[in-house]
Write a new protein. Sequence first.
Length: 484
Amino acid sequence: MKRTSVLFLFIVLSGCIKRPEMKPPGVEPETLFSTALKYYSADEWIKADSTFKLVIISTKDKALIGKSYYYLGSVNEKLNRMRSALIYYSNAYKLGYGDRSTFILFMQKISPSILEREFKRIPEALKPEALYIMGNNYLKEGDERKGLGAFRKLSSLYPKHPLTVKVRKFLESGKKYRVAVVLPFSSSLADVADIIRNSIEETRSPDVYYIYFDNKGSPTLTYKIIKKVVEKGYSGVIGPLLSNTSVIASIMCNMNSTPMVSPTATSALVDSFGPYALTLNKALILEGYAIAEYALNTLGFRKAALLYPANDYGKRPTKAFKDYFTKNGGSIVYEGMYIPGEKNFRSMLRDINKCGADMVFIPGSSDDLLSLVPQLKYFSVKMQILGGDGWNSEKMIKEIGAAYFEGVVFAGLLYRDRNEKQVDESKRLTALGRDAVKVIEAMIKGKSPEDVANSLTAGSVSLEDDIQNVPLYIISGGKFERIR
């Protein structure tokens, strides 16, 4: 009886033991792989995980094994099993599956402690990047001992690697300054964030270390990041990109006496909370000032009409124009505002014709101008037309016809290099990133933004001083001619 009970207990327990999964009888590895892919495509991650594992133990085909490891990495990343994902991605990479840039982006997402623990498993070709990312992420967490330890290991193991040059300069400089860079790396503005990051890395001083944070464009996440940054005693902040997140950061940085420079925010509010935070991208305000100054002092106009869209793109340069024009002896005889996307401007253009203005300022976007410009001719608006950078569109001129634009004068975005006849957005963003480095490094080292104002290319710290630096163009024969 006793023997029977023991045997029964053994049978019960043996059923609870998880045995290694084996290939189902008669199922070929290729069929298993196809089944696993179907689970993967259907977002059935657990089933995909177990089936890709079956493929690996059921075949010696390196191609199937390598692909299965890659998909296992992706599956485990989806399941937030980052340590397992790193191991699988590493195995796949060693077998020739997975690209370098994707692997590096993945390593940036995971905890530095996982990178440290599994460092031996990482492919040799990617170990310098792993150490660099590990050091960066430890510094983000405020662990300087481990962060600098990773950098020293990088310098020791890979003395000739380009990343070693970066960290060695930082280590030798005595790590005097840390600047947080808060940008939306995983949002619709990721391309802009990458341009700014690249320009920072090209310009930064060796005694300043820049640590990158992804705020995803979120005000809430921006608040959390800036709170952490000021609590950890960072020397300063570059970013964010947008006005709404930059206003939040400006308030917090001014409260904690932490210097902050946004390279691209356009709202004047960023500058208004105190001396520690500013935006360099004052282009829309300067656009209005420069056109108003040109209308008054070069063209001799004293009566202006205004026609602009009801958004920041229209309201900011219009307010600047109005302030400068009226302060310096001009008067506004008509002001019309339209909803962006408006198609019918008949009543506003008729009123403009009747108002007695010398000129009309139209800081519209190129999308709005596609509808507006033909109507200017149709309703015989014969006064001088002045505009903003929305008029800087060769595509628009080709689409409508050069005759409709003849004689229009418009302000471009601030760019001090007069050798550049036309400045595209990428070039200007690069300049703003470099300018942000110059200003933040001046501020954290006890200087004022004005001390480096003359060295800036696209950014501005003093509106009045930069009016003459705004490029002005006239459209003649369908071409843009720079007149200042």
